[in-house]
Design a binder for this molecule. Structure first.
Ligand code: RP5
Length: 158
C-alpha cells in the first residue's frame, strides 16, 4: 500500500488513513509527491508501483487535484482518491478534479476530508481482505465494534 500527498499540508487530512492501515497491520509507504512540482518523481513512482508490489495507492490532493488521476494514468494499480479541503473552495474543487475522470482511467473517489481518508483506507483493507481471511476477520470485528458503539448511543435531546 502507498499513501501519496500533493503536499505535506495534506497530511493532516490523510493521517487518518495511515492510522487505520496501522490498526489493521497493513504495511504502507507514505510520501509527498506533488503532481505539478514533482512530475518526474510522480511518474517514476507510478511506473514502478506494480513491480514494487503495491496493491493500491491512496492519493490525496487539494485544489486542482490532478495527482490521483495522473498517478492512475501511469499504473494499473488501483488508485483511491481523497479530495483535501482547499482554502478557497472548501474542497469542492478537489472533489470535482478527482471524481470527474474521463472514461478509461478510473480513480475511486472518496468524500472530502478526513471521512474520505478513513474510508479510502477501509476500502483498501476490504480489497486486501478479499484473499486474506485473517484481515477479513479483523475488518468484520471492526464493523461489529462500530455497530455496537452506534447501538450504545443515546439521544439526549432535552
Ligand atoms: C495541492 O495544493 C496540495 O495537494 C495541497 O492540497 C494544496 C496546497 O499545497 P501547499 O501550498 O500547502 O503546499 O498541490
Amino acid at each position: 500500500m502507498a499513501i501519496v500527498l500533493g503536499s505535506s499540508s495534506d497530511w493532516e487530512t490523510l493521517r487518518g488513513a495511515a492510522e487505520l492501515l496501522q490498526e489493521f497491520d497493513v504495511p504502507y509507504e507514505a510520501r509527498v509527491l506533488s503532481a505539478h512540482r514533482m512530475p518526474d518523481e510522480m511518474f517514476a513512482f507510478a511506473e514502478t508501483a506494480r513491480e514494487r508490489g503495491l496493491r493500491a495507492i491512496i492519493a490525496g490532493a487539494g485544489g486542482a487535484a490532478h495527482l490521483p488521476g495522473m498517478v492512475a494514468a501511469k499504473t494499473t494499480v488501483p488508485v483511491l482518491g481523497v479530495p483535501v479541503a482547499s482554502r478557497h473552495l472548501q474542497g469542492v474543487d478537489s472533489l470535482y478534479s478527482i471524481v470527474q475522470m474521463p472514461k478509461g482511467i478510473p480513480v475511486a473517489t472518496f468524500a472530502i476530508g478526513a471521512a474520505g481518508a478513513a474510508n479510502a483506507a477501509l476500502f483498501a483493507v476490504a480489497m486486501l481482505a478479499a484473499d486474506d481471511e485473517s484481515l477479513h476477520a479483523r475488518l468484520a470485528a471492526f464493523r461489529a465494534r462500530q455497530t455496537e458503539a452506534a447501538r450504545a448511543m443515546t439521544a439526549d435531546l432535552k
